[in-house]
Every structure is written in structure tokens, then in C-alpha cells.
Design a protein around this ligand. Sequence first.
Ligand code: GL4
Length: 835
Amino acid sequence: VEASIPEPQRDAWLKHSAHGFTNKDGFENEVVRHVETTLARSMFNCDESAAYAACSLAFRDRLILEWNRTQQRHTFADGKRLYYLSLEFLMGRALDNAMLNIGQKDLAKSGLAELGFRIEDVIEQEHDAALGNGGLGRLAACFLDSLASLNYPAWGYGLRYRYGIFKQEIIDGYQVEVPDYWLDFNPWEFPRHDVTVDIQFYGNVRKSTNEAGKTVSNWEGGEVVKAVAYDVPIPGYATPSTNNLRLWSSKAASGEFDFQKFNSGDYESSVADQQRAETISAVLYPNDNLDRGKELRLKQQYFWVAASLYDIVRRFKKSKRPWKEFPDQVAIQLNDTHPTLAVVELQRILIDLEGLEWDEAWNIVVNTFGYTNHTVLPEALEKWSVPLIQHLLPRHLQIIYDINLFFLQSVERKFPDSRDLLGRVSIIEESQPKMVRMAFLAIVGSHKVNGVAELHSDLIKTTIFKDFVEIFGPDKFTNVTNGITPRRWLHQANPRLSELISSKTGSKNFLTDLNELNKIELHVNDKAFRKEWADIKHANKVRLAKHIKASAGIDVDPTALFDVQVKRIHEYKRQQLNIFGVIHRYLRLKAMSPQERAKQQKRVAIFGGKAAPGYWMAKQIIHLINNVGSVVNKDKDIGDLLKVVFLEDYNVSKAEIIIPASDLSEHISTAGTEASGTSNMKFVLNGGLIIGTCDGANIEITREIGENNIFLFGTLSEEVEDLRHAHTYGRHTIDPELQKVFAEIEKGTFGNMQDFAALISAVRDHGDFYLVSDDFKSYLDTQDLVDEAYRNQEEWITKCITSVSRMGFFSSDRCINEYADGIWNIEPLIPKGAA
Ligand code: GL4
């Protein structure tokens, strides 16, 4: 408000207000202007990367104008906003998405053509924004798309990592990690050097008495790091609403500290301070479903949470409302436990800085936060050591202890006779050293806790959070099944299929109301429609085959069945089951007569995904896949009957090529381990079928599309515990077909058997925790059913069309509406011009 232009000068502003391009001519004008001025180049010096830069800047200008108007609208309406706190936003590329969401891709295509460029080549220039590991980060990105498309007043808050997830190279069959420096040129962010927050670390707490005679805690000393905001505009689809993703970057606070050092001649150490400050936002931790408890990670978490809360509180305070109205204006969602310190930080702000009483403050806190759990794997549940928190955030540790004390007192009052209950639910684990259980803190500090698929939400209520259901009652726990944005995962990734669907549903409305897909079921027997459907799938496979040739040097036959498993490499996701199955298939083919072989279904087994750099077993799995490929792919007896491909550096933009090209995709986690999975939804939406276990969202996909349209196999989640028990204490026999596979590996057929000994002994000697042997037979039998089904192409296409038509439920729009109604209590703010 202080910086606003006085009334008499506003006419001049209105007269000169920017508008952005509205037609092709205007677009070309902007592109050329950016090439010639912003980029300081010319038509004699304009390559595809310059065209990409200029085109992106032209679109960015448009976005930021809408962004401004959207923010003004939100400020004026002064309603409740949602803040989505996530350490990961796996955005992928922005240009294609911006053009499609604004509805100007055709215009850009012809404009670029007139200027001498093919739009596909220009789009290809963009470096993925890869600020995430896998499903959790990509979910956050889909949510931002839905929030903007549905016109919800919402912001994302995250970290602006200088290095996103590493780039994966495969060298001699091994994964090698290369840093992903992606910020060289990033037109999609706006640095806000005027929006900064000083963040304190270390120091100590001094108690004092204020004028009113009240004891207050003062957090003093330590060091200060500056958080600088970078804003990324998030365009809604077919609406002017453009939301904000604010990413914080760390920088040395140029406070007295540095100047003193500098003036006293200690130049080197003042530069070292600078570098230390910048390390905080330097790198994304590359673990999915694994907690490593590194100090720098805790620093990242507090840095990001404190900056975001400062920003949120500053915005709230502008409205001059009483504090008790905070939860009516602000909803904050914790994406996993990573931002749980926000609960403590808000309590600290309210009691230490704003002078509220504990209970009043705590009420506000609990009503503000919601917590989403994304995993039940014990190795992924965050715990921080008490001494570490004490050192880094001394005041926060005191508040955590108080939160725990009051919580345990309330439990004791409610269940006076259950002594060990207190130990089980305590936020502090009485280990050596003591640990803070972040999930418990998040539950206690939130009004709603949700899982991400029905089975997962049931599991958290009956296993890891069972006691909390007793304590708080069942209503605090709920399910919101994950979803995906059909804009990126259908319209952008598979434009021909999107076009075909709109020709049958009569409009593009299915992109904003995905249930409209069910209209295509009426056309399932329409010959021309089916033919076009098959042609599109084939074209997508040809495109992927070209990519495979270019990146892996392998020739694959596009008429073969493309069988895809792309996701993070993890034992629980069981890529080892898949590759053992591939070896089995190879051995079976080898044993056949040429006549017999000629009758078999051709397959291409396609793998992709990153292993966490410290996850040795996952790296062995990648190595085995590559070695099997190098044997099978050159075996003359086998030819096109079986190819094995490992695609390097799986990421969002590669997913956009791979997913539309799959016939079959694998979602084969040990039952009960995959919270939801989201690529399962993307594959089915693109007309591919699934082989999967009864796990995560596979179960709801089956319910929606019908069990005839999915290939389910394997142990059920209720059976898993007994089987594991039997492996450890009873008898454990290995499936005979799997034994043959092991014997072949041990013969050295796929290279030095020593390299793969650990993969085998995990199953044979160490209890087969992931039930690879138990599920092997039903996996092979089901794969045989797949071959048989694929042979009947007419039936297969019917299954695909029927499945797509029933996928409406899995839109992230449905998902976001459920959060908005059931957890956030926010309403859309629909602007003029929204479709
Ligand atoms: C994950 C789950 O593993 C995955 O099943 C789920 O789809 C995703 C989004 O909810 O969250 N949890 C973690 S940790 N990483 C994930 O990808």
C-alpha cells in the first residue's frame, strides 16, 4: 500500500498499462523484440535456443500480467487462501504447458513458422524444472495446475534448488550421477529482490519478564541467513487465473556480522560465510521414500518453512483482523512431514512475537494445518535427533517439548489406565539419542490427516497411526485419492488422442470435467474411431522407438508389445521381479524350436528410473537390467521376439513421450507398500493397460474401469505379514521357475555373477521381504494372459477405449475439490473470462 501511485497519476498508468500480445502479429512482434533487445541478438544470430528464450519471454510477459490481475483480485476479495508447502515441485517443462493452458499454441506454432522455426524443436530446447524426486513432487505440480485451473486462491511454497534431481547417465551398465545445473537461463522465474526474510539459526534462549510481568522467551544470537523470493507464475487452463509458486533462495545476510569481519580484514571468512549461506538452497536431496536425517536437510526445512510463514503472516496482518480469524483466512497443507516445523514456527510466532496465550495460539495452529501422509515405509518416516534440533533451533525444541507435554497430559486424562500408550504416541522417542517423530508432531498439530488412496488411508489408520485414531477419533483421518492433471498428461503429452476424444465428446470440456470421457464409450464399436485410436497408439510407439534408437542405440519393432516400467528404482517397487520375469521369458524362448518361437508374442521390455545415489541394491537392479539387455538384444535366436531397454535419465519430459506409447505398464509393488502411485493413472488415461498388484490406486482404478480391463496378480496386503513371518520363522521355499532364473544368473550368462549375488540372496537367504518368490508364479501366469489378450487386437482396443472412458475419477481437479471442501474450506474466485 505504501508504494502505491497517488490518485492523480493513475490515469497515466492506466493509459500505458501493458497488455501482452493478442494475435499472431503481436506474438511475432514480441518474439523479435525479445531477440533483439532482451537477448541482444538478431536475425543473423538466432538459433533454436534463442527462439525458445524469446518465445518463452513473450509468454512469460503475458502470464505475469494475468498473475498481477489474479493477485489483485485475491487481495480485493480478501477471502481464505490455501498455501501448499512442499519441498518438491516436479514441474517439467513450462513453455508447452503455458501455450496450451492459455490456448495460444496454434498461434505460436504459425508465428514461429513464419519466423523460421518448428515449434517442436523450440519446445525441446527447454531444460526440465526437476525440483523433485518422483511421485510426491509431481503430485504437487499437478495440484498447482488444478488449483489455478479451478480458480482457487492458492500459493505454492518451496525451495529454489540450484541443482535439481541429478541427471542419470548409464556407463557400462551402471548409473552415474551428474549434477543438474538448470538455472543458466530460466525465463519462468521472477526474482523478487525486495521480498526477503532474515532466517535465524543456532543461538540460545533467554527468559525475561516483560512490562506486564509475563515471562517471555527471547531467541538470541546465532547466525542469520537471508531468504530471497523467486516467483513462478502458474497458468490455469482456459482461465485467466494465474497463481504463484514462490521458491526461496538462500543468501548471506549482509548484516553487521559480515561488515565487521570484512572491515577487520577477514575477507576470506566473510566470503566463506556467503558460500555457507548459499549451500542451504543448493541441492535437492535425491532420496525418494527414504529419510537420511542430514543436518543440512533440517536447515533447508526450517529455512523454507520460516520464510514462508513470515510471508503468510505478513499478508494476514495487512488485513488488520484479530488473530483468532487466522484459520478463516489461511489454510496450510503440509505435503508429507517435510514442512512439519511450520506447526512449531507458527506457535512460536504467536506466543513469543505476538504475545498470545498458549491455548489460544495452539487453537489457531491446529485449525490452520492439514497433513498429508504419502508413505507407510518405516525407513521413510522422518525423525530428527533432539540434540540436533536443540543445537539448530533451541527455542523450537522447547516448544516441541511443551506441545508433547500438553498432548500427553490430554491422552492421560482420556485413557488413564493405558501406560504404554503414552510411550507409543509420544512425539519424543525415548531412544539414544532421543528423536522427534515428525509424523506424530504433524498429526497433533493438524486438524485433518489424509492418506492418498483408499487402501493407504485404511492402512495408516490401522497400523502406523492406529493409536491416534483412538485418541482423536476417526473423523480427523480421511482419504483423498491422488489424481493427475489431464492437461499435461493427455492434452499436452498425447495431442492426437486429445483431439480424437474431443471429436467424439463434442468439445474440449473433458479437459476440465474429466468425467465427460465416458461419452467415448458409446463409440467403442465405431470402426473409424477404433482405427484412428490404433493409428495414434502406433504413431506414439514409432516416436518412442526413434527415441530408443537415438538414446540407447537399440532397434525395436513398433508392432511389438511395449511393456513399460518407469518410476524410481526401489526394492518395494520390484523392478527385480520384472527383470527376473524377463530372464524367464528369454530362457523359455531359447528352449523353443524355431517354429514354436515364431508363434510367440513380440515384446519390448522398457525400464527407466533413477536410483538414489546411496542405494546400492537399486543400483544393482539397474546394472542387471542393462546386462540382460546386452545379452538378449544381440541374440540372433531371439531377434525381435524380446528386447530389453533401459532408458537413461527418466524425467517428466521423457514421461510425456513414453507414457502415450505403452501397451502395458507395470505397477507391481509388494501389496501395501505403494501409497498410491500416479503413473498408473497416466498410463491408463493414454490408452495403455496395466499389470499390477492389489496396491495403492491400482485398486480404485480396477473399481472404476472394471476387473476385465486390468491384469491383477499377487499377494494381497492382508496376507503380507503372515508370509514374512513364515519366511523368517517357518519354511521358505523358492519358486522353481525363479530358481532356474537364479541358476542362469549364477552361471554368468549376464556377466559376473558376483555383481548380482545380493539381489539373489535377498530373496533366497534374507527372508524375501518384498515377496518376489511368492508372487513370481502368479506374475508369470498373468504375463501369459497379457500375451494372449494382446493377440486379440480387437478385444485389446476395446479394453483400452473402455478404460479411458472410465478414468474421469482420477483427475487432480476432483482431488483438489475434495481437499478444498473437506480440509481447506476454500472457495474458487472465478474471474471474468474463465471457461
Ligand atoms: C509417494 C508414494 O510413494 C507414491 O505412491 C504416491 O503416489 C506419491 C504421491 O502421493 O507419494 N510417497 C513418497 S515419499 N514418494 C512418493 O512418490
